[in-house]
Design a protein. Structure first.
Ligand SMILES: [Fe+2]
Length: 494
């Protein structure tokens, strides 16, 4: 297996190979049947556990993801766009696990189900309504509240998010929707990162984009009162796609992807979210660091890049370090549903085999210093408490074997030794390895990884419980239902 990262390229992504292997076709048929069969498991169902669960593993694994793409009159067009379904696996601590799921009850879900069509659109799906509707909402463009990407605790409550500032509260025990978290301020941020960050003091941060004559990234901190306190504004002519940002102990770091927004399209055009961006490698990328103490902004030039996630950001002396999972360009087209259902999975390897890159931001330097780190993976995980102080020694991620079509490996990188471990096999999809630290852990990697898995022949999903230090399998939780592939999980301790 070749895990040596090539230097990432900056040209647009290439088209998928038209004839994927039988194995990968089968895997995507699995995804398609998942998409067709998904439904709510409102009453808790008992899962079967083999192996031995750590007795300290008491709490809830929460999973989120798109689950319904077909409506009575029309369909969503992109995997990312399906209506959100929340899942909970409750680990009682006595070896038993129970599972239930509930749809997120958002305005988008209600309107779309009622009218039988995607009402507020998504990455690859246009919103319903024509020019008149857009003009009517010009001052406040309609945007989805389909929080199918991230679940985040904020000041004692749980939030489901997508890439807009419409955020939905839910109860992590019952999964009941508790309504939209309506902002108590007047800020208008049509785009907001799906991934908030929690600092070492437990405070909730996020970044939004404000469109106007001048566009701005806006760094905010919010609390239970739903008041967004603006900590910094960064003016940019053409903002890049924003999925996440990174928080070190002393800085917020924002990477300006070379997939650039057309601000006017967001206001006037009736296209899907993704069609409001264009890949513009000629503009390069910029990395912005905001000093959390005083809001001072410093910026560095970087080669054109596209990245969803940052394994970490940290300080090293006077330098700021940002690690990113970098792909060749935007990967959205590769996850178009029609393409996936036709068996076109080969190009998704471009997303799942992201390069692990480091950008060193030195005072006085105009450009970031770029380094290639070991490993090609996505959906990175670290020990959150260690990462908040930084730097981390260990990073875990979901990877794809060379030539594979989708996540089928769990990997662990030891930054200190450069050693890469991996677990998994070609026939089993293995998604984000959620790290749960052991109580009173004696080492940064003392804990387990909870990995959502599905093999071609499985009747239900499995949660692999891996030793986070060795990647050895300690237990498998076999669910009585298929959990549609999602993006990110969260752990709620008992
Ligand atoms: Fe993400």
């Amino acid at each position: 297996m070749d895990f040596v990262a090539d230097r990432h390229r900056t040209e647009p992504p290439r088209a998928a190979a038209p004839t994927p292997s039988a194995v990968t076709q089968s895997r995507w048929r699995g995804l398609h049947s998942v998409a067709g069969a998904s439904g709510e498991a409102a009453a808790p169902l008992a899962a079967t556990v083999s192996g031995t669960l750590p007795p300290w593993l008491r709490g809830s694994l929460l999973l989120d993801g798109p689950a319904v793409w077909e409506l009575s009159q029309a369909s969503y067009r992109h995997w990312f766009d399906g209506l959100a379904l929340l899942h909970r696996l409750h680990f009682a601590g006595d070896g038993s696990v129970r599972y239930h799921s509930r749809f997120l009850d958002t305005e988008d879900a209600r309107l779309s189900r009622e009218r039988g069509r995607p009402e507020l659109g998504g990455y690859g799906t246009k919103a319903a309504g024509g020019l008149l509707s857009r003009l009517r909402h010009l001052a406040n463009p309609r945007r989805t509240d389909n929080g199918c990407v991230v679940m985040s605790p904020c000041d004692g409550q749980w939030l489901a998010l997508t890439e807009s500032d419409r955020v939905t509260r839910f109860d992590p025990r019952t999964l009941a929707t508790q309504g939209e978290w309506r902002w108590a301020d007047k800020l208008k941020l049509p785009l907001m990162a799906a991934h908030p960050c929690i600092d070492a003091q437990g405070r909730w941060w996020n970044v939004g984009i404000q469109f106007g004559r001048t566009c701005e990234y806006v760094l905010i901190r919010a609390d239970r009162r739903a008041l967004r306190e603006v900590k910094a504004r960064i003016a940019v002519p053409r903002p890049g796609y924003l999925h996440a940002f990174a928080l070190s102990a002393r800085h917020a770091v924002i990477w300006e992807c070379a997939w650039r927004a057309h601000p006017l399209r967001f206001l006037f055009a009736g296209e899907s979210y993704g069609e409001h961006f264009d890949w513009m490698p000629q503009l390069g990328s910029r990395l912005h660091a905001v000093d959390l103490a005083d809001g001072r902004v410093r910026s560095w030039e970087a080669p054109a890049l596209f990245a969803f996630h940052a394994p970490q950001a940290c300080e090293q002396g006077d330098d700021i370090v940002l690690d990113l999972c970098v792909t060749d360009g935007p990967v959205f087209e590769q996850l178009d549903l029609a393409r996936l259902r036709a068996g076109g999975d080969a190009a998704s390897a471009a997303a799942t085999r992201a390069c692990h890159m480091r950008y060193v931001l030195s005072p006085g330097a105009g450009r970031a210093r770029e380094e290639v780190l070991p490993g090609r993976f996505e959906l990175p995980q670290t020990h959150a408490a260690v990462a908040a102080r930084g730097p981390v020694r260990y990073v875990w991620g979901a990877a794809t074997h060379e030539g594979g079509g989708f996540f089928d490996r769990t990997v662990k990188l030891d930054h200190q030794t450069g050693r890469l471990l991996e677990a998994g096999d070609d026939g089993t999809v293995s998604l984000e390895p959620l790290f749960v630290p052991a109580p009173n852990a004696r080492a940064e990697d003392d804990g387990v990884l909870l990995v959502h898995r599905l093999a071609d022949g499985d009747s239900g999903s499995r949660i692999g419980v891996l030793d986070a230090a060795t990647l050895a399998e300690r237990a498998v939780v076999q669910l009585p239902a298929v959990v549609p592939f999602g993006f990110h999980g969260a752990w709620l301790p008992e």
